[in-house]
Design a protein around this ligand. Structure first.
Ligand SMILES: *[C@@H]1O[C@H](CO)[C@@H](O)[C@H](O)[C@H]1NC(C)=O
Ligand SMILES: *[C@@H]1O[C@H](CO)[C@@H](O)[C@H](O)[C@H]1NC(C)=O
Length: 537
């Protein structure tokens, strides 16, 4: 599917590029945060996935654009990091790594990919595949991007089927010794490249062999091996059941901190939860999924053993977004913004040299268009801005305040010069989008002023008022999602914040709260808002 793109938006995005690109590397952990080694300030990983583990073992997209162009496009889209996948066999088996890029493509009859690489990345074509992988990593690093190198599979192939021989220790292709050898090779190879900030241990462990005792046994061994070979790099520890389950760590801690290098990772898609999203009313489905995510993974960021959590995959079909994906993503965004987790979006690659027996296929989850030269859906990237921003920093001495996020648009509620309350891009007017709120039943005050949000009526724009004690100006979280924010009129009818942004600056209304009783068929998404705690100057 081809769509038009808006060049102006791309330019705007490039101007707004995040400042987190020049960090003092390497990174370490400090409680639940990833921090730089020098000043100990937060470094937020806002990554995008990029595939390099499929059968030909050639990084996707290098036939379409020079690597440096792709790096610049990634930065212009607001990401500061790439989770680049690889397959273990590339490092451990001569019959996989004894080929050049050209030879490998030839063996799959990928003539067009080969011609494309000859045109766009001629230097890579006759390198051995490991050297080509390293050259791509170095080029991305030279452009200031941080890299997470992800052990995605052992045998190069599309991931992840339950029983594809790559799922768990002891599976046909997943020999723990060979896996540790691979991890050690990668850790050693990139020891002197500070832009390689993290190695993740294994993507989506799964299948009938999965069990908790072996998980501890081998994951500890693997983590120690990486740390020994490369003590500077973060070690990202993945869970069970397609990386959705880390709950067992609540009963028995991992037991290694590796001098403040251990980070955990989890995935959060709609897969396996489609029925939940289809059948439950949206407020209930979101409330449940957020609770489950907390129970299965995000709990790791709390308590006295808190560690960072990296959501290493999440995303939606952007080409044809289903109702399920739309609900999921509108739930995901505020839930993750509130915790300000680190993450990697699925995905960058717009196409595949060769995937599941097919050459040149497209990727409907990709943020890029098929030419790999520009964003395909600028509006989706606008929704990513809140997550790309640094929201919380443990070293900040700014008093905490709230951003008020409209989840469906990804826009923030802010105040214009003439006190008009509207929603617009979270990248602008940050001073005008700061709020104070002392909890349920209290007003939402503009930071530094005595004025607060006041509901006027159903379908009427919200105002900024100095009458902050009225029931119309005291707000509480309602509904099973806790994402609707309501005040009462004199008759006790709840009025919820509501917006349907059509342009980059849309007034915000209150409307009768939708779906409070989970009525069949009703849709509250335009009323999903989140008070997101922040402390950034
Ligand atoms: C790589 O090794 C395999 C298995 O030994 C062999 O069949 C193949 O010809 C080799 N390829 C190259 C390019 O040397
Ligand atoms: C490549 O083409 C040759 C000749 O047409 C064919 O025998 C072979 O199976 C093809 N290989 C792949 C991986 O498609």
């Amino acid at each position: 599917m081809k769509r038009k793109n808006n060049l102006q938006t791309i330019l705007l995005i490039s101007l707004a590029m995040s400042a987190t690109l020049c960090n003092a590397l390497p990174l370490s952990t400090r409680g639940r945060w990833i921090v730089d080694n020098a000043a100990g300030g937060r470094v937020k990983m806002a990554c995008v996935n990029w595939v390099s583990h499929l059968e030909p073992l050639v990084t996707e997209g290098i036939h379409a654009q020079p690597v440096e162009r792709i790096a610049e496009t990634v930065k212009a889209m607001g990401f500061n990091c790439i989770r680049l996948t690889y397959a273990t066999f590339m490092w451990t088996r001569a019959d996989y790594n004894n080929r050049t890029v050209a030879q490998s493509l030839d063996s799959f009859n990928l003539t067009q990919a080969k011609e494309g690489i000859a045109g766009n990345n001629p230097k890579l074509l006759n390198l051995q595949i490991i050297d080509a992988y390293e050259a791509v990593v170095n080029e991305l690093g030279a452009h200031g991007l941080m890299l997470v190198l992800d052990n995605h599979v052992s045998k190069p192939l599309w991931c992840c089927a339950r029983e594809d021989g790559n799922g768990f220790f002891g599976d046909m292709y997943f020999d723990p010794k060979e896996w540790i050898k691979g991890l050690t090779e990668v850790a050693t190879r990139f020891k002197n490249n500070p832009q390689v900030v993290a190695l993740s241990m294994r993507n989506e462990m799964r299948g009938p062999r999965s069990n908790v005792p072996d998980w501890y046994r081998y994951m500890r061994k693997g983590a120690k091996a990486i740390h020994k070979a490369n003590p500077k790099v973060l070690v990202i520890v993945s869970g069970l059941n397609f990386d959705k389950d880390l709950s067992f760590l609540g009963r028995k801690p991992f037991g290694l901190t590796l001098n403040k290098k251990v980070v955990f990772e989890a995935h959060w898609y709609t897969f396996d939860f489609t029925q939940q999203w289809q059948q439950l009313p949206p407020n209930r489905a979101c409330g449940q999924r957020a609770d489950e995510f907390q129970r299965d993974a995000a709990f790791l960021t709390t308590g006295d053993k808190a560690a960072p959590l990296f959501i290493s995959e999440y995303g939606i079909n952007l080409e044809e977004t289903s109702q399920v994906d739309s609900r999921y993503f509108t739930c995901f965004l505020p839930t993750v913004a509130e915790k300000d987790l680190d993450w990697a979006l699925w995905t960058l690659q717009a196409s595949y040299h060769y995937r599941q027996g097919h050459a040149g296929g497209g990727e409907s989850y990709s943020v890029l268009d098929y030419s790999w030269s520009k964003p395909r859906y600028p509006q989706f990237l606008e929704r990513m801005v809140i997550l790309q921003n640094l929201i919380q920093d443990p070293k900040s001495n700014v008093s905490p305040y709230y951003l008020l996020l409209h989840a469906q648009s990804g826009f923030c509620v802010n105040v214009k010069h003439n006190d008009v309350v509207s929603v617009s891009s979270c990248r602008k007017n940050r001073r005008n989008s700061r709020w104070n709120h002392e909890g349920d039943g209290s007003p939402i005050k503009k930071l530094g002023r005595k004025h607060c949000l006041k509901a006027v009526g159903d379908g009427v724009p919200l105002t900024l008022s100095d009458d902050c004690s009225s029931p119309r100006a005291t707000w509480q979280l309602v509904s099973d999602s806790m994402l609707q924010i309501a005040a009462m009129d004199e008759q006790g009818n709840p009025l919820c914040l509501d917006a349907t942004p059509s342009s980059n600056s849309t007034p915000i209304w209150t409307r009768a709260c939708a779906c409070l009783n989970n009525e069949a068929g009703c849709d509250p998404l335009s009323q999903w808002f989140k008070l997101v705690p922040s402390n950034i100057a």
